[in-house]
Ligand binder design. Structure first.
Ligand SMILES: Cc1ncc(COP(=O)(O)O)c(C=O)c1O
Length: 397
């Protein structure tokens, strides 16, 4: 299969077995083109960006800014701030927009299926500013309670919602969520960390005010991500981190700041990572992502059906737009033990609370085993996964 051939890591063995990597919701593997681009950057163009006229600095700047432009094109976004990832992007909104716009008694609406990175920054701000946080419950069918959502919007300044749950794979009805929020003059932040890997999102069309995501979940390097900001909202925002590169002038009496995205990018940015992300976007742009997603959700649905047949509790619904994430619990084998048993057979699956403790509390469980599928995974790997689970159950269950 051509896609697999681009990923050198998939040729390795783990504990004497061929690696079957099913931990893609945590991070995805990198195609050779990404590794080559980063290596080539450090080998022949390494320099700091923006601050010098020499050739290498020009190449580094071009590499970095090319990534921004590619992201603008990919997401149809006018303002793309480079961050260290989804987490930093959300924290940026909390510090810059949140501190300027929220005060005691204001309301932020969150959901129970948020990742901790879209909960904790708001809790910190809430404590500091005496803001009220309202959580939209998750229903039995793993969807958000939209009636409670509608009622929660009263007086809300911001809605923070995950595009696709990293535990359930459920893709939220963002279009409705955004439209209802805007009808109430409420801004919307979308945590798209799990959305961007499987769906080509048009930022302006979707209408969100902020969208945060990480490169490493879409075949790019770790340590880099982005925050898309609606251009009108962008103009109102002030930097939250001071330092080099984000200023226009500095005197001992004070400083003025850049007016474009650089106002949020103090210090030396992630240049090699931006170059690697560009290569990942180039690589992904050659794929039919929609078709690949249909293939993957079919695999996930098949796995979920098999698991149910075997008596596992499966958390998620695996509908067409959901991501190919299958979270489950074995009736008799503890999640951690199961993950170890899988590892001893070459399978990488994740276990734990997946940084979504409020969701797991709502589900009444402490952990799940999570198998998540991405572009290079095959139905054969899914079949081997189920076969192994049967064998493990027979021996240890
Ligand atoms: C839904 C969701 N949001 C946020 C994050 C945090 O991403 P990062 O650690 O790259 O900042 C993750 C990572 O697993 C995630 O799945």
């Amino acid at each position: 299969m051509a896609i697999r051939d681009d990923f050198p890591i998939l040729k390795r063995e783990v504990n004497g077995f061929p690696l079957i990597y099913l931990d893609n919701a945590a991070t995805t593997q990198k195609p050779q083109i990404v590794l080559d681009a980063m290596n080539e950057y450090y080998t022949s163009s390494n320099a700091n960006v923006h601050r010098a006229v020499h050739t290498l600095a020009g190449e580094a700047t071009e590499g970095y800014e090319t990534c921004r432009q590619q992201l603008k094109n990919w997401f149809n976004a006018e303002r793309v701030v480079m961050t260290s990832g989804t987490t930093e992007a959300i924290n940026l909104v909390a510090h810059s927009w949140g501190r300027a716009n929220l005060s005691a008694g204001d309301v932020i609406v969150l959901t129970e299926m948020e990742h901790h990175s879209d909960i904790v920054p708001w809790q910190m701000l809430a404590e500091e500013r005496k803001i009220e946080l309202r959580y939209i419950p998750v229903l039995e069918d793993f969807t958000l309670d939209m009636d409670i959502y509608a009622a929660s919007l009263e007086g809300a300044k911001l809605v923070c919602v995950v595009h696709t749950s990293n535990v359930l794979g459920v893709r939220n009805p963002l279009e409705d969520i955004i439209q209802m929020a805007h009808a109430n003059d409420t801004l919307v932040l979308v945590d798209a960390a799990q959305g961007v890997p499987h769906e080509r999102i048009d930022f302006q069309e979707c209408g969100a005010d902020f969208m945060a995501f990480s490169a490493h979940k879409m075949c790019g390097p770790t340590g880099i991500g982005a925050l898309l900001i609606d251009s009108e909202v962008f103009e109102t925002m002030q930097p939250f981190m001071g330092g080099g590169d984000m200023i226009e002038t500095v005197t001992v009496d004070g400083s003025t700041y850049q007016t474009d995205e650089h106002k949020f990018e103090a210090g030396t940015p992630r240049i090699a990572e931006a170059v690697g992300w560009s290569a990942a976007l180039d690589w992904m742009s050659k794929l039919d992502l929609k078709k690949e997603h249909q293939r993957l959700i079919k695999i996930a649905r098949w796995v979920a059906e098999q698991l149910r047949t075997m008596g596992m509790s499966v958390y998620g619904r695996h509908e067409e737009l959901d991501s190919a994430v299958v979270s489950f619990l074995h009736p008799t084998i503890h999640s951690e033990d199961l993950a170890h048993l899988f590892d001893s057979r070459g399978f990488a699956v994740r276990t734990g609370h997946h940084c979504a403790q409020p969701l797991l509390n709502r589900l009444g469980i402490a952990s799940t085993v999570r198998a998540s599928f991405y572009l290079y995974n095959t139905i054969e790997e899914a079949q081997l996964f189920i076969e192994q689970l049967k064998e493990i159950t027979e021996r240890f269950g």
